[in-house]
Design a protein around this ligand. Structure first.
Ligand code: AG3
Length: 282
């Protein structure tokens, strides 16, 4: 057998991996979901044809989306994760002793179920007693939460279908209202190589409401372009500053280091120019 998975990353670029076994493939109420055992990447979760998670490089994404805001916020106690039903982001959030409550707002219950079945390590944090899972539309959920959270993490899919609103300025206006006075938000913001307009769009959307907005990067080789971005908005704390004392208490880190945290905000010139053009100011 010679079976390959291919993601069409752009209309004219594709990334492929050899498949050993198809573990799941079905249509959920919201999207097409597959779990494959691959040769190069271990297990792979795909939604609507796009790579979401692989065993190989998920830590480059999850450790960086979670620890950069949580170690630069002085007291992250209440955390909201929007999307991220696979549980990878929550697994990193619950490593923080200060965190008292985590809400995971994932639209599609099948994503959580598939992760629990096929990615036991990735989803292990979902059983932490501080975690509450709600299956609701993230934008609607946020609108009903005034001043509730210290940190909000937007772990979305690409800006197509139901994930699209999570890239818009109106959503970040409600995110600001859902945060406490010194709150922070991070959102995954795609590839600066292939979709620079998504990067600038998100920076500009956050800048309409957040006084401090910056961009940082991480390596996720199974995502388009490999170099991935996160856009961070803050109502107070400087997201570039890591609390090294708290960082030293985190266990099982494979990607994040305090030096990398600070360095992740140092951008290639063309990316820095995108950020500046969009009004980013860190
Ligand atoms: N969230 C970001 C996925 C974007 C990948 N895009 C693509 N492959 N075209 C992933 C969820 C991980 N918790």
């Amino acid at each position: 057998m010679n079976l390959w998975f291919t993601e069409r990353e752009t209309p004219s670029v594709a990334l492929s991996a050899e498949v050993e076994r198809v573990l799941d493939h079905h249509q959920t109420a919201f999207q097409d979901l597959s779990v494959l055992q691959t040769k190069p990447w271990g297990k792979l979760l795909i939604l609507d044809g796009a790579v979401m998670v692989t065993d190989l490089d998920e830590m480059g994404y999850h450790e960086m989306i979670a620890h950069v805001p949580l170690l630069s916020h002085p007291h992250p106690e209440k955390v909201l994760v929007i999307g991220g039903g696979d549980g990878g982001t929550v697994r990193e959030v619950v490593k923080h002793a200060q965190v008292r409550e985590v809400v995971l707002c994932e639209l599609d219950p099948d994503v959580v179920a598939a992760s629990r079945t096929y990615f036991p390590q990735l989803s292990s944090g979902l059983d932490d007693p501080r975690v509450r899972i709600v299956h609701e539309d993230g934008a609607a959920f946020v609108r009903a939460q005034a001043g509730a959270f210290d940190v909000i993490l937007v772990d979305s899919t690409d800006p197509v279908g139901p994930g699209k609103v999570l890239f818009e300025a109106s959503f970040y206006a409600s995110v600001k209202e859902a945060l406490k006075a010194d709150g922070m938000v991070v959102a995954q913001s795609e590839s600066p190589w292939y979709t620079p307009e998504i990067v600038t769009g998100l920076v500009a959307a956050m800048r309409t409401v957040f006084p401090k907005v910056g961009l940082y990067t991480s390596q996720v080789p199974t995502y388009p372009g490999g170099l991935w971005t996160f856009t961070i908005g803050s109502l107070g704390p400087d997201p570039r500053q890591c609390d090294r004392r708290r960082a030293a208490q985190l266990e099982h880190l494979r990607y994040y280091t305090p030096a990398l945290h600070e360095a992740a905000f140092v951008l290639p010139n063309f990316v820095q120019e995108l950020v500046q053009k969009a009004g980013g100011n860190l």
